[in-house]
Design a protein around this ligand. Structure first.
Ligand code: CUA
Length: 162
């Protein structure tokens, strides 16, 4: 008799878990907050924002910045500096408004600026956008939070707010 009760309890928990997972997936899928525009992942350079010369940080107005990034396994491309070296750190003043625009050439990546509200999923074929105000000074690490392969942990950069 007790066995039956436990079995029912087990099955009930399983159904509840599946319902929660299903609901969470549906809820997430129903709110693609940052996926507005489509793009050809094989030819991201065709998009104005992702031309090599337009990558990285640009001041578009007083206190307003845009950061264009192309993710790929296992790198964030922020363009190159004056010496031709890959940019791995961007600096913006405190209180600035920053629009992050990011896409991927290959698989799904994440783009999270740890310690800020910037956290996006980057899917092939889409441009992910998120605008935020940098309220706090400090060095914030950009990390990939979607497992994308063996070099997943190597995907990082830094955003410094001064
Ligand atoms: Cu890119 Cu994980």
């Amino acid at each position: 008799k007790f066995e039956k009760i436990w079995l029912a309890f087990g099955l009930g928990s399983l159904v509840l878990f599946l319902a929660i997972i299903g609901f969470a997936a549906f809820w997430k899928g129903a709110h693609p907050q940052s996926h507005i525009e489509t793009i050809d992942p094989q030819n991201v350079e065709a998009h104005e924002a992702f031309k090599p010369e337009n990558l990285g940080l640009r001041e578009v107005a007083d206190g307003k910045y845009t950061v264009n990034i192309v993710a790929s396994a296992f790198n964030y491309d922020f363009g190159v500096d004056d010496d031709g070296k890959p940019v791995k750190k961007i600096r913006v003043p405190k209180g600035s408004t920053v629009l992050f625009q990011i896409t991927t050439k290959d698989v799904i990546h994440g783009f999270q600026v740890a310690g800020t509200n910037v956290n996006m999923m980057v899917e092939p074929g889409h441009v992910s956008r998120l605008e935020t105000v940098m309220k706090n000074t400090g060095e914030f690490t950009v990390v990939c939070n979607e497992y994308c392969g063996i070099g997943h942990h190597q995907m990082f950069a830094t955003v410094e707010v001064y």
